[in-house]
Ligand binder design. Structure first.
Ligand SMILES: C[S@@+](CC[C@H](N)C(=O)[O-])C[C@H]1O[C@@H](n2cnc3c(N)ncnc32)[C@H](O)[C@@H]1O
Length: 290
């Protein structure tokens, strides 16, 4: 994708100001909040917080087409990563770009699959984005948050996507969760979900491996690729620490490859992010052996 003329590369001054504000917020969070990301914290941020608001606002009833509902209408400029570059872009344009970027990213990493399962799908933002591309014939989401699942189901029904986009509950930390049975042979992805489960990364990956998916694509924050002499990467590192997101996933996947339990098919730094610090890494892999 090429940058359109109405997207301006962020200036050094803008970036310096933004990094300074980001550093300050992260340091304050570290000093005063000391977040420990337990299941209760995640439940109150998502099920009782963001997803509860989405469900109560019912923005999909506003009479707008799905793409507009997803991208929103905000002309406010933001600093975001687009095609690997930090730019100033209207919020609605960033989210419109992200819809296509996600679909293209998945196409590059999932081989011939036309059906995808997202673990930690929330209200289905990614699945609905993908649904705008007819290539994806079946999109199934699983999440622990009942309000996310309910919002996803209502959005699917409102836009006539019942049967193509569906939602169910899973607790990725629970080895006995019966929904792991749905993953056998499937092409599965996570998108900023395992970040929320820093104290059970090994258990979650074991549970996924035991379910024998065909392929897994993890898109999650990481420290592995960060160069801490770069202010952008330092801002990301400090942010991750201040919100207590996982930092172990990609080292674990590398270890599993050395042990011959998985084959890593690709590793890629994410080319898009909605803010300076939401930088992600992608690993696509498949389980090996019986
Ligand atoms: C940051 S949101 C990401 C949502 C979506 N993947 C996206 O990119 O917009 C993280 C999601 O992970 C879910 N989650 C957290 N812990 C989980 C668990 N143990 N099992 C399943 N989902 C979980 C949360 O409920 C939330 O919906």
């Amino acid at each position: 994708m090429t940058l359109s003329p109405d997207i301006a590369p962020a200036s050094t001054l803008e970036l310096s100001r933004a990094y300074a504000a980001d550093f300050a917020r992260s340091l304050l969070r570290l000093a005063f909040k000391n977040v420990k990301r337990t299941g209760d914290v995640v439940d109150s941020e998502y099920n009782g917080g963001a997803w509860d608001r989405v469900l109560n606002e019912r923005g999909w009833l506003g009479g707008v087409p799905l793409e507009e509902f997803l991208a929103g209408q905000s002309p406010s400029p933001r600093l975001a990563k687009v095609n690997g570059q930090l730019v100033r872009i209207a919020t609605k344009d960033y989210y419109r770009y992200r819809i296509r970027a996600l679909s293209e990213l998945m196409m590059r990493h999932v081989g011939d699959a036309t059906s995808l399962v997202e673990l930690g799908s929330g209200t289905g933002y990614n699945l609905f984005s993908l649904s705008l591309n007819p290539r994806w014939t079946q999109l199934r989401g699983f999440d622990i948050a009942p309000n996310g699942i309910e919002a996803g189901r209502q959005i699917a029904s409102h836009y006539g996507l019942d049967g193509r986009v569906s939602f169910d509950r899973i607790d990725l930390t629970d080895a006995q969760d019966p929904q792991f049975g749905q993953l056998a042979g499937a092409t599965v992805f996570t998108h900023f979900c395992i970040e929320q489960i820093p104290y059970a990364v090994d258990a979650v990956i074991e549970n996924i491996l035991r379910a024998r998916p065909g392929r897994v694509v993890n898109i999650e924050p990481a420290i592995d690729m960060l160069n801490l002499s770069d202010p952008r990467d330092l801002a990301s590192r400090l942010y991750l620490k201040s919100v207590d997101y996982q930092t172990r996933l990609f080292a674990l996947l590398d270890e599993l490859e050395v042990k011959g339990r998985i084959r890593i098919l690709s590793r890629e730094r994410m080319a898009y992010a909605p803010t300076l610090h939401n930088d992600g890494l992608l690993y696509a892999w498949e389980p090996l052996g019986g």
